[in-house]
Ligand binder design. Sequence first.
Ligand code: PHE
Length: 526
Amino acid sequence: MGEIIFMSENREHWGSTWGFIMAAAGSAIGLGNIWRFPFITGMNGGGAFVLVYLGCMLLIGLPVMLAEFAMGRASQSDPIGAFQYFRKGSDTISKCFAGGGILLAALIAVFSQNYGLASIVALIALAVYRWGFTVVGFFCSLVAMLILSYYAVIGGWTLLYTYEAFAGNLNFSDPAAAGKAFGKMATNGWLCTAGMLTYMFICAFVCFAGVKKGVEFASKVLMPLLFVLVLVLVVRSVTLPGAGKGIEFFLKPDFSKITEKSVLDALGHAFYSLSLGMGILITYGSYLPRNRNILSSAVSIAVFDTLLAMLAGLAIFPAVFAMGGSPSQGPSLIFQVLPITFNAIPGSLGWLWNGFFFILLAIAALTSGISLLECGVATVMQHLKISRQKAVIGLTVVISVFALLSCWSVGDWSNMPVLEKVLNGVLGSVKGNFLDELDYICSCWILPLDGLLIAVFVGWIWGVGKCSQELYRRGGSMPLTLEKGSAFRNKLNMQLPVRVWSLFVRFIAPILTLITFLYAAGLVKF
Ligand code: PHE
């Protein structure tokens, strides 16, 4: 590894830095920005929560994001390949981690008596003992596929609602009718399946065309469109009479509502929103040529992500307040409250505002889905040594079949009693449907765990020194690792941003994500 390593000849690369930024922003900007962020902000003290969230993005999200990009670019590999590439010297630390995992499993078993979960953690620990950190790469790709299986169902709903909006069918004026219409769609297994398959087909079509002609091209067209649509909606929303109350609800800081839990919510959301811990950014980083600046691209991606979340809040809350709706509707906010809100806007253009909003949502969901699929495609192509086309078709079929479980379980478990029993056994008690449970397992458990392991891996095994050289690299001919004491390395290590970044990657990010994880496990309470 000490010698000069050139870009692998046959790997596809982004055509431009702008294309890369748009693709990564497309992955980051998703349902989380448009639905989840405004909603949790409203509940957690408005502007005060936004400040905490910005802090989490800057201090934890950005360092981990840089770590993922650097891992991808240095190894020019998918997540599994990336961990294999840096494997040297990781044995002792991974064995310590395996030991820690067994301890954690025992703690979960003793304190929360959730033996299913304890066995899963123990199995993961044994896998880490056997295969070292390569297991983390495997989990990254696996979780991306699992997330896609339910994200595709919600993506399907956004496509169905876009159609309904333009067809003028979202013309209800009271919450009961809106709720009934949504319930009718979500519990109609055949309709959800059709929506999900259409969504998967579009994602597959884009990935099929390749990195530059597919993912990059689609992102360069769709992302600017997304910003235009959200701006149109913001202008409509904030100019409504009575919009001021909504702006106040969303943005006025109320520090009394900030608790330890809000900090953890903010941290968890920062991970989810930047698409961290899934290997997507490792994959996208691996398509970066050596001469592109990672640092400034990562900052732009985080800025775009936050900007869109803020704009979405400004499109939603002023309209909801101006039209007399209630902001605390939870999951139903976008599918039920918003259509009524937009219909109530004077001028009978409700179908147009609804149409714009659901296209916005559909685009956001599609670009995220594309990144999830691309992560799996890169992994399968590299490890099964098959062509991109075969990988795309194979994965799309497997994920679509798995997604049927989410499609058919929404609203009613009676379709699959066996699955409910199995999940009950593993999780202790099943509260929501399969889709909710999968979302809970992936975003509250696996993502912070993966994020923690990536930070530990980069901070302690690959090493912040080598990683920061990758971040500052500006050309193909620079050696991957520099001799200790070399002038460039000394100069680099002196730089304040590098020193601050290493502090966060080595200590603060792992400790805070560990706390988030233990909190999700119920082992730490506030
Ligand atoms: N970052 C996306 C969002 O904000 C969610 C996402 C998670 C996308 C995982 C891809 C992968 O909605």
